[in-house]
Design a protein around this ligand. Structure first.
Ligand SMILES: Nc1nc2c(ncn2[C@@H]2O[C@H](COP(=O)(O)OP(=O)(O)O)[C@@H](O)[C@H]2O)c(=O)[nH]1
Ligand SMILES: [Mg+2]
Length: 305
């Protein structure tokens, strides 16, 4: 926190930023998003209402290299040509030092970002591991309240933390490519359970149709399968259908439970990890300090014995 700013002063400044962001000021929105990313602001202090599921916050997930960023860029130009405003949050799993993949994404999306109908923002996953999913939820909500009709959240979707981020989306799209390895990765991460739509990208490449039918067959075994569509970010095939499908996508039956569970776990993690004394508790556990162990037993009814 800056010297000379009390909490209430900072809250007042953030409220001012919120008013400006809601009036369409991009700089104010960018500043607020940084505060959200740093964990300096939350929905309550901002006075922001919870987002109600209306299908407008969409998680776009899939293994690295399947073409998420390229597809998002296609969606951005498709929708902005229709006069829609679209926000993108790209969740960057790379370490704070490397940042290579993200930079690539930034450059690729740069053309889109100079478009007044588009706002692209990256979020690093390095700070506050437990707080991040909640922060991404708040950031999407902020974009929706700042005049963006649709918000896309790009994540790699591997691992628990990533699934939690996506659980803050109203709908989840899983992107695949003709290589089978990506599908297995998604299955392992539990992404199949959450996906409302599956896109097999790179339909310009060999094997895309076979991959799509393999996915369909695999999903039919597991009850109600989500729709599977082919698309190509390279030649534009299937992009229109993808975009219109996204705007009319029902919640996959059975996904509500998984999503509610992930939201609950994210809130739990966040509440626990944002405690002022969390590092004392962790240090205590390392030293097998009985006070810390008792605290855990009493508060979490958990012991490693
Ligand atoms: N052939 C082909 N290549 C694609 C297509 N979409 C993306 N790519 C390529 O796949 C690579 C990864 O794309 P990117 O959007 O960065 O993937 P991400 O990691 O999922 O965001 C890039 O080299 C793209 O040029 C497509 O539809 N067809
Ligand atoms: Mg990408």
């Amino acid at each position: 926190m800056e010297i000379g700013f009390g909490k209430t002063e900072r809250d007042r400044l953030n409220e001012e930023l919120l008013q400006k962001a809601m009036a369409g000021n991009r700089r104010a929105l960018a500043k607020l998003l940084s505060a959200v990313e740093e964990g300096d602001v939350n929905a309550e202090t901002l006075g922001l209402k919870n987002h109600l599921d209306d299908g407008t916050i969409i998680g776009v997930t899939g293994a690295p290299g399947v073409g998420k960023s390229c597809l998002i860029e296609k969606l951005l130009s498709h929708w902005s040509n229709q006069g829609l405003k679209v926000g993108v949050i790209a969740v960057d799993p790379s370490s704070p030092l490397s940042g290579g993949a993200l930079l690539g994404d930034r450059i690729r999306m740069e053309s889109a970002d100079s478009n007044p109908n588009v706002f692209v923002r990256s979020f690093a996953t390095r700070n506050q591991p437990g707080g991040l999913p909640v922060a991404v939820g708040l950031a999407s909500n902020l974009m929706r309240n700042s005049g963006y009709d649709i918000v896309l959240i790009e994540t790699v979707g591997a691992g628990q933390a990533e699934i939690r981020i996506v659980s803050f989306a109203d709908r989840v799209v899983l992107i695949e490519s003709p290589s089978r390895g990506d599908l297995i990765q998604a299955e392992k991460a539990g992404m199949m359970e959450l996906a409302d739509l599956i896109i097999v990208n790179k339909s310009d490449l060999e094997g895309a149709e076979r991959a799509a039918s393999e996915i369909q067959t695999a999903l039919e075994i597991s009850g109600k399968p989500p729709p599977v569509l082919l698309a190509s970010a390279k030649n534009g095939e299937g992009i229109e259908e993808f975009a219109s499908k996204l705007k009319s996508l029902p919640v996959k039956s059975g996904a509500e439970m998984a999503r509610a569970r992930e939201r609950l776990l994210a809130a739990w993690d966040s509440a626990l990890l944002s405690r002022d004394d969390i590092s004392d508790i962790i240090n205590g556990l390392i030293k097998e300090d009985s006070n810390a162990e008792d605290w855990v037993k009493e508060n979490l009814r958990w012991s490693n014995g």
